[in-house]
Design a protein around this ligand. Structure first.
Ligand code: PMP
Length: 366
């Protein structure tokens, strides 16, 4: 008998895509030939007096700007052909849903409590949502692997795992994720959302996409790099998936100010500063967790690999009101399954965290 030889012969992940997207003739944007003067894109030849960009806001930006794709690919340790840059992970989630889910026929699978956009994007597309809850708090909000596999019927095209998970803060280990993508290969794409991975200190799965054609990894500059307002994220996947999604991303998705800002943010000095800020957040996370856990109003603080803490309170409404009265908005997550007494608290500056601790420590009504 011949032993099971790896890698397995797998059909292309594009066999899961919507046939009409595979056949789509994409919009043909103005060609990008910067060595020539542009009289082909119906732009104005003059810059606005308000325009502080290097390239000029009077020009359409380069679609999938090469320098930006290369810089992000270098940051995440992948090939440029494996990376699509878009307006945050939210755009990547939207594109995946539109490319792989047929309205009224296909579904996505997710494990609540988790990030809300996976289900919203599916609903917008008219796709179904299969929910396989995470195991309970006593079992560390772990992924219910047997149930995920059991409920992954043939209509499920995308399986989302958020790691570290929003709002529970825990991470799924790489071994489990690779076993899951192996088990799903040929049936569904595994989307690993690593929006908060930098705060965990654990390695990313991004480099694995070269070996795992059914794995998609989402990264963002919104969290660790402090650029949520710039709207920039990366989808990392097999080149054929990236090429397919390039067909449906709006023609000039990345704005010129964002392109220039992110290119600066990816220079060594800025990356070092970002890493230092992540270190500060991790230190504050530990301090905040310890102080919150000692308060009588707090029932439990969950371990976190992200830049927020999930906190169970004896009276979440009162704690929410107290934080608000101290000028601090925290996230009420009580509508999420299993989190009836919980708040999600983003780690802030030392001063903000200290103010929050004082607010939750106060006795009596808010
Ligand atoms: N994924 C997760 C898990 C998130 O929590 C968020 C934002 N809250 C996003 C993705 C969206 O991030 P972006 O700003 O990159 O669109």
């Amino acid at each position: 008998m011949i032993a099971n030889v790896r890698p397995r012969e797998l059909p292309s992940p594009l066999t899961l895509a919507r046939p009409e997207i595979l056949e789509l003739e994409p919009y043909s944007h103005a060609s990008w030939e910067p060595q020539l003067e542009r009289l082909h894109a119906n732009e104005l030849p003059w810059r606005s007096a308000l325009d502080a960009t290097r390239a000029g806001l009077n020009r359409y930006p380069e679609p999938q700007p090469r320098a930006l794709v290369e810089a992000l690919a270098a940051l995440y340790g992948v090939a440029p052909a494996e990376l699509l840059v878009g307006r945050g992970s939210d755009e990547a989630i939207d594109l995946l849903t539109r490319a792989f889910c047929r309205a009224g026929e296909d579904s996505v699978l997710l494990s609540p409590p988790t990030f809300g956009m996976y289900a919203v994007a599916a609903r917008i597309q008219g796709a179904g949502v299969v929910r396989v809850p995470l195991l309970d708090a006593e079992r560390g909000f772990a992924l219910d692997m047997p149930q995920v596999l059991a409920r992954c019927s043939s209509d499920v095209k995308l399986v989302y795992v958020c790691s570290p998970n929003n709002p529970t803060g825990n991470r799924v280990d790489a071994h489990t994720l690779l076993a899951l993508t192996d088990a799903l290969a040929g049936r569904a794409l595994l989307i690993v959302d690593e929006a908060y991975i930098e705060f965990s200190g654990a390695p990313s799965l991004a480099g694995e996409v070269a070996r795992q054609p059914y794995l998609v990894v989402l990264r963002t500059l919104s969290k660790a790099h402090g650029l949520a307002g710039a709207r920039c994220g990366a989808l990392i996947a097999a080149p054929e998936i990236v090429s397919l999604l390039r067909k449906i991303i709006p023609p000039y998705a990345m704005t010129q100010p964002t392109i220039e800002c992110v290119l600066k943010a990816l220079e060594p000095g800025e990356l070092a500063a970002a890493a230092e800020r992540v270190g500060n957040i991790r230190a504050e996370r530990a301090r905040l967790a310890e102080r919150l856990a000692s308060l009588p109003s707090v029932a439990r603080v969950f371990p976190s690999d992200a830049n927020f803490l999930l906190v169970e309170l004896h009276d979440a409404s009162r704690a929410f009101a107290r934080a608000r009265a101290a000028g601090l908005l925290v996230r009420d997550v009580r509508a999420q399954p299993g989190l009836g007494r919980h708040l999600r608290i983003t780690v802030g500056t030392t001063e903000q965290n200290t103010r929050l601790i004082a607010a939750l420590a106060a006795e009596g009504p808010p």
